[in-house]
Ligand binder design. Structure first.
Ligand SMILES: Nc1nc2c(ncn2[C@@H]2O[C@H](COP(=O)(O)OP(=O)(O)OP(=O)(O)O)[C@@H](O)[C@H]2O)c(=O)[nH]1
Ligand SMILES: [Mg+2]
Ligand SMILES: [Zn+2]
Length: 288
């Protein structure tokens, strides 16, 4: 039978197939190979009631390393409009990585019920770039119907720092699921890493959404330095208009991207993150 891996825990793999969940072991020869991830389509044989063995993994359509989920077609990037304060470098990194992987990204701004006034400027900035944005509150339920529409029929994963309310949003969406949530520390305003393992949750209207552990660091993939700007959609209208064909939009004369930054047509913080990602990609090229 074919199924989808929902979660792994303590050497067991929980696979949804034929309308039920099977707790499976891996066929012995697997152990040295790649470990199956939540989201993997797997072939299982059944042993007894609710028990089975994973025989093989189907080729993956996509793979995210952080959070580690396979076959995702949509990343729901969650940040809070209060605490923890939104780390825009991490947000831009997630948007960049999703673009490189060809996976659609949606931004959810949670905790609008306790929003800090200055953070309310952020959603329009990202909306203006063309990223779909949703303003939500797991506490009041605002935006949760929109989130449901967004995830139904897809294999989505949540991504974002600890404490932004990923599990809380899922609990509001699917009250019967009852995921564990944890408060944000009073000092430092950081989350407590309450969710420990990625877990796929089947949706009543079809599709799955993965709750995942929060993270605050993310490596960039290997990439050609000239391709970095291609993953900043707001730079697109200016690419090809620089004086030099091979312009990296740093200090070259006649750079159309830098002119756009100076005119306020590209947000300064996005450009600064572009420069940072470029430097990282170039440092990586040199280390080959
Ligand atoms: N005021 C308010 N608090 C919220 C909201 N959503 C979540 N919280 C609170 O924020 C804290 C963290 O929520 P979690 O759902 O555990 O956050 P998480 O993103 O799953 O965190 P990790 O599992 O550690 O990655 C909890 O105390 C929640 O009650 C919201 O919309 N408004
Ligand atoms: Mg959580
Ligand atoms: Zn340029």
């Amino acid at each position: 039978m074919e199924g989808i891996l929902l979660r792994r825990y303590g050497g067991f793999y929980y696979v949804e197939s034929a309308g039920q969940v099977w707790s499976c072991r891996l066929r012995g020869r697997f152990r040295r190979q790649e470990d199956p991830l939540p989201g993997d389509r797997v072939e299982i044989t059944t042993l007894g009631p609710g028990e089975g063995v994973i025989e093989s993994i189907r080729p993956r359509q996509s793979l995210l390393e952080r959070p580690a989920v396979a076959n995702v077609d949509q990343v729901i990037i969650v940040f809070a409009l209060s605490t923890p304060p939104p780390d825009l470098e991490l947000l831009d990194r997630l948007l960049f990585l999703s673009s490189v992987k060809g996976i659609r990204a949606v931004i959810v701004w949670n905790k609008v019920d306790v929003a800090r006034r200055d953070y309310l400027d952020l959603p329009p900035v990202y909306q203006g770039i063309g990223y779909p944005n949703l303003i939500a509150s797991a506490r009041t339920g605002q935006g949760v119907a929109g989130l449901k529409d967004l995830v139904t029929g897809h294999l989505s994963t949540f991504a974002g720092p600890s404490g932004v309310g990923k599990s809380s949003l899922l609990n509001t969406l699917l009250p019967e699921v009852n995921l564990r949530t944890g408060d944000v520390s009073a000092r430092g305003g950081r989350g407590r890493h309450t969710t420990r393992h990625a877990e796929l949750i089947p949706l009543p209207g079809g599709g799955w959404v993965a709750d995942t552990p929060g993270f605050s660091r993310l490596d960039l993939p290997a990439l050609d330095r000239l391709a970095v700007a291609d993953h900043f959609p707001e730079m697109e209208p200016f690419l090809g208009r620089c004086h030099f064909n091979s312009c990296l939009h740093r200090a070259e004369p006649g750079c159309a991207v830098r002119a756009a930054v100076a005119e306020g047509r590209i947000a300064r913080h996005r450009y600064d993150h572009y420069l940072g990602f470029l430097a990282e990609v170039m440092a990586r090229e040199r280390s080959y």
